[in-house]
Ligand binder design. Structure first.
Ligand code: ADP
Ligand code: MG
Length: 360
């Protein structure tokens, strides 16, 4: 049955994906009196352990999608690589899905994404579509060196990427990304990396958190400092970009937009994530309404709520066995520990994060 919005407390949110983002969405939903049902292929996922029910099945399993559609008043996702056809199948079963399939389609393919962004007046690095090593060689004169080759699909945390430093490295780079359909990007000579976490409600109302400054190591987010020191012009430009992207997708929910700060007010969009984002975790301990609650409010048709920062926060990801320091971190003043309940601390795996209050 088609839901009417706003969904009252007692309603059920379906989430595709069972990772830490789903877990923190479920915790936020619980605070608002909403129940959560997770669909994930993994047993014992971080999100399922704090949710009312879990369907363990492939994302495109028709019976699982039918069960989810019956259980949920609205469905969202915490992972941008859920198949678009799963979202379309849910919609065909009459359940609302937010964000919609267009956002997913665009964010799943780096060529589509950059093409969309440029059409939305959101500038990116110069890029070329790559289907062969010859395509790389042909594009290098235009893009310059070094250039970064990335698979079009399925990359995350810097995986599926290879730098090309000189023309002799072309074949090796293409082999390094598995000769997959790719995008070649000009190097962004950025001063620093920023991001903006933005949201849009069912009525088109938009909300923005202040920008954060993000440090990556080996393609993985290390720390976020927010609110970042930015000029009013940079903030305005980031909000202009976010508004254009959200509006063009008729988006409902929270989106993370990764930015390169070129200095002198110039920003490029690196990528967009149609979901809550690691660089927005600081909001849990920095704002009245955090990004997880904001997303739940948006998809449930509630007022978006207050994104004003109360304090400056530094968020540090706990990767691999860094989470074994939990006892020390738990004793630290001005620090708040968030652990995801994952068993295996594989190297580089996101096990948790800590938000440290920097200034009030
Ligand atoms: N064109 C580029 N020029 C310079 N650095 C880049 C470029 N693209 C990505 N990077 C660096 O690599 C990191 C990961 O790349 P990104 O495209 O965000 O992939 P992922 O999907 O794995 O997060 C970025 O945060 C940035 O530090
Ligand atoms: Mg990224």
């Amino acid at each position: 049955m088609a839901a009417t919005f706003p969904l009252p407390p007692g309603s059920t949110i379906g989430i595709l994906g069972g990772g830490q983002l789903g877990r923190m969405l479920a915790l936020a939903a619980a605070r608002l009196g909403l129940d959560v049902v997770i669909l994930t292929p993994d047993e014992g996922s971080p999100a399922s352990r704090v949710s009312k029910a879990t369907i363990v099945a492939a994302y495109d399993d028709p019976a699982a999608l039918a069960t989810l559609a019956r259980a949920a008043d609205v469905v969202t996702y915490e992972f941008e690589n859920v198949p678009v056809r799963a979202v379309e199948a849910l919609m065909a079963l009459g359940v609302a899905v937010a964000p919609g399939p267009d956002a997913l389609r665009v964010a799943q393919d780096r060529v589509e994404e950059k093409t969309f962004l440029n059409a939305a007046n959101a500038p990116t690095v110069t890029f070329a579509q790559v289907d062969s090593a010859a395509d790389i060689a042909a594009a290098l004169p235009r893009l310059g060196l070094p250039a970064l080759l990335k698979t079009r699909r399925e990359g995350y945390d810097g995986k599926g990427q290879a730098w090309i430093r000189d023309a002799t490295g072309v074949e090796a780079a293409f082999a390094a990304v598995g000769a997959a359909p790719s995008v070649l990007e000009a190097r962004a000579a950025f001063r620093r990396e920023l991001s903006i976490i933005a949201a849009r409600g069912r009525d088109g109302e938009a909300a923005f958190y202040p920008l954060s400054e993000n440090v990556h190591e080996g393609g993985v987010l290390r720390t976020t400092l927010a609110p970042a020191e930015v000029t009013p012009a940079v903030r305005r430009e980031a909000e202009r970009i976010a508004r254009a992207v959200l509006g063009r997708l008729d988006y409902v929910g929270v989106m993370g937009i990764e930015l390169f700060d070129l200095g002198e007010g110039g920003l490029l969009v690196n990528e967009i994530a149609p979901r809550v984002h690691n660089t927005g975790h600081w909001t849990q301990d920095g704002c009245e309404v955090d990004q997880f609650e904001l997303h739940i409010r948006a998809v449930a048709g509630w007022p978006l709520g207050d994104t004003t920062p109360m304090v400056q926060v530094e968020m540090t990801n706990l990767l691999g066995d860094e989470a074994s320091d939990w006892l020390t971190i738990a004793a630290e003043p001005n620090a708040r520990l968030h652990l995801y309940g994952k068993g295996e601390p594989r190297p580089g795996r996101k096990m948790g994060h800590v938000n440290r209050v920097k200034s009030r």
